[in-house]
Design a protein around this ligand. Sequence first.
Ligand SMILES: Cc1cc2nc3c(=O)[nH]c(=O)nc-3n(C[C@H](O)[C@H](O)[C@H](O)COP(=O)(O)O)c2cc1C
Length: 189
Amino acid sequence: MPSPLEFLASRGSTPSRLLTDPGPSPEQLRELLQIGLRVPDHGRLEPTRYVLIDRQSGAELGARLARRLLAKDPDPTAAAIDKERGRFVRAPLTITVVCSPCVGHKVPECEQQLSAGCTALMLLLAAEATGFGAQWLTGWPAYDREVMDWLGLTAEESICGFIYVGTPSAERPNRPRPDLDAKLSYYGA
Ligand SMILES: Cc1cc2nc3c(=O)[nH]c(=O)nc-3n(C[C@H](O)[C@H](O)[C@H](O)COP(=O)(O)O)c2cc1C
């Protein structure tokens, strides 16, 4: 059992293609989602909400994405269409993290987006701590107005990311991490 610091020092994403069944149970999911909301939040504006996509709704959404791709690109490859069809069925569950900012508030919107980003990271950590794997993805659907409409976003809202969650089917790959010394300076030195 790693210590909390060892856990944080070794955290990592599991690529969505390696996320299989089972996904979180309803109780586990509620716990993950609740932990995801335990984030710093300037002004207690609660700027984050979720839209859940399970495999069944993901298949329906994927069919819409494939049609949307065809509308944007009249000659996509078969692989590109397949990718869209399968985008939200890879993992058992995808959690859409939506930034729902309080527009015009003295707390700038970028701070509210940062709070939503904290939720996304908390979900990754909580999923891993529960024994699941998770990955934070965006891609074009996160920025497409029509997709946002399908997911029920208002004009002020934005998609912070799609958090794919499932059981890792293999050990996650490791990647080199930044060199701390290259990222560190001292004010006044
Ligand atoms: C806002 C955001 C969006 C991302 N979108 C994608 C994406 O669309 N495709 C992708 O391959 N990785 C994306 N990533 C990167 C992965 O989430 C992840 O960082 C990467 O797989 C490396 O894993 P690590 O978390 O272990 O460093 C995104 C990361 C962030 C923070």
